[in-house]
Design a protein around this ligand. Structure first.
Ligand code: SF4
Ligand code: SF4
Length: 438
């Protein structure tokens, strides 16, 4: 079965995959950070005291790599001030007190058959769509490659390889048609004939649904060729470079992007959001997240952007057991939170609640030179060497080991028997190089 070199097999812990998505009540107060995407922050176009409707544009993109923001509730703008973001930093945010009526602006439906590709991209841009797999890169930018980069393949990333997370899996099962039509729109925009839905072999039910929907789509339109590619369940199968290698057998060189090998990768929920923006005229102001681990009622929840983590935990019945750690995202790459007073943002895939035992801290011991970290690194790096150079402050040699290629997947640290803080050390190496400190 298709896969990539390296990687690890952490326990799946995906018991929420069989729980249907529930829509949670509206937040009382929505906190919408102006920075919730890659690129420059959005600029507010509302002021304190303004009344807004759900789906109304409240902040505009500033520059090409940026994104629009829309109100997730109807109500009143009560503040525009600095608030804590789940990434751990403070950002200016628009705060809206919900009137609990959820009055929406009028959504303008479109017929993509009557639209040129650049008009569809404009709709996607106006809807504020960003990659919903975590990186939150503005989607209109990915769909506007420079002319010299010829794109021939689109891969829909349905791997969701992080333990615990199942929200993309649920969207794949519950909204299959929207996801497939979203993929067809992406293929139309990029004028490509090869579309792939890449999905790990632990999601047989989703694979079956995709097969059924694609079979019926094919009858209507022979032009678009979509293939389901079943991949081995392995972490980090969903990382872009590993996915491309597994699906189309192309290697994205160091420092290059998927478009350099003629490929664009999009996430399952992003494809659904594209469908909704184009066909229904609905901007991006909600998404599906997973809440898993030690909560009384784990599950998959459709939540408005700006909902606080404390409201989500309350909806799930509160914590269960001796909770030690709350992680935004999966346990391998997620960010531990120190308060629940932070909002869901567009790239927020889930909350994992871990107990004391599950979040044990290990003191590192000496490297035993077993080479396991090298064997599992999907980027072909030598984590032990980078880490050693950092510890010994031999900075001048670091660049020879390409730490900037590290995607911080955590495989090396997961496998290291000496529990050395490899990722922290490699992050420090990246920081020093990126900020020209060495
Ligand atoms: S060095 Fe980076 S890319 Fe390689 S396994 Fe460690 S965290 Fe992942
Ligand atoms: S896995 Fe840990 S102990 Fe083994 S070589 Fe790498 S850093 Fe050293």
């Amino acid at each position: 079965m298709n896969s990539f070199a390296g990687g690890v097999h952490p326990s799946q812990s995906k018991s929420t995959s069989q729980i249907e998505t529930e829509e949670i009540p509206l937040p009382k107060k929505a906190v919408v950070p102006l920075s919730q995407h890659t690129g420059s922050p959005s600029k507010p176009i509302v002021k304190i005291g303004d009344l807004v409707k759900t789906g109304q544009l409240i902040a505009e993109a500033t520059g090409f790599i940026s994104a629009n923001l829309h109100s997730p509730v109807s109500g009143k703008v009560s503040a525009i001030e600095s608030r804590l973001h789940p990434c751990g930093y403070n950002f200016d945010s628009i705060i809206i007190d919900s009137d609990d009526k959820d009055e929406t602006v009028e959504f303008k439906k479109n017929d993509p058959e009557k639209l040129f590709s650049d008009e569809i991209v404009e709709i996607i841009k106006n809807a504020g769509i960003v990659g919903l797999g975590g990186a939150a890169f503005p989607t209109h930018v990915k769909l506007s490659p420079p002319k010299e980069k010829k794109i021939d393949s689109v891969i829909l990333n349905g791997c969701e390889c992080e333990p615990y997370l199942t929200c993309d899996h649920r969207v794949a099962i519950e909204e299959t048609e929207k996801v497939v039509v979203g993929l067809k729109l992406i293929m139309k925009i990029l004028n490509v004939e090869k579309g792939y839905i890449a999905i790990e072999d632990n999601k047989e039910d989703a694979i079956e649904k995709f097969n059924n929907v694609i079979a019926s789509e094919m009858k209507q339109s022979q032009a678009n060729k979509i293939k389901i590619v079943k991949l081995k369940t392995k972490y980090p199968q969903g990382a872009e470079k590993q996915l491309i290698k597994a699906v189309i057998k192309k290697e994205v060189p160091s420092g290059k992007l998927p478009m350099d090998v003629g490929c664009v990768v999009q996430n399952i929920q992003t494809a659904k959001a594209i469908y909704e923006a184009v066909y229904e005229g609905k901007p991006l102001y909600e998404r599906v997240i997973t809440v898993a681990g030690s909560v009384k009622r784990p599950g998959n929840l459709k939540v408005r952007i700006g909902t606080s983590l404390s409201e989500i935990i309350d909806y799930c019945g509160g914590f269960a057991g001796d909770v030690k750690k709350v992680v935004a995202g999966g346990p391998m790459m997620g960010i531990t939170q120190f308060t629940l007073d932070v909002p869901v943002v567009k790239g927020f895939s889930g909350l994992v609640i871990l107990t004391e035992k599950e979040s044990e801290f290990y003191e590192p011991s000496n490297c035993i030179r077993c080479g396991k970290c090298v064997d599992v690194c999907p980027m072909g790096l030598v984590p032990t060497m980078i880490s050693r150079l950092i510890e010994k402050e031999k900075y001048e040699e670091l660049k020879n080991y390409n730490p900037l290629d590290c995607m911080e997947c955590g495989c090396c640290a997961y496998e290291c028997p000496a529990k050395i803080h490899l990722v922290q050390n490699i992050k420090l190496a990246k920081f020093l190089i990126q900020n020209k400190k060495i």
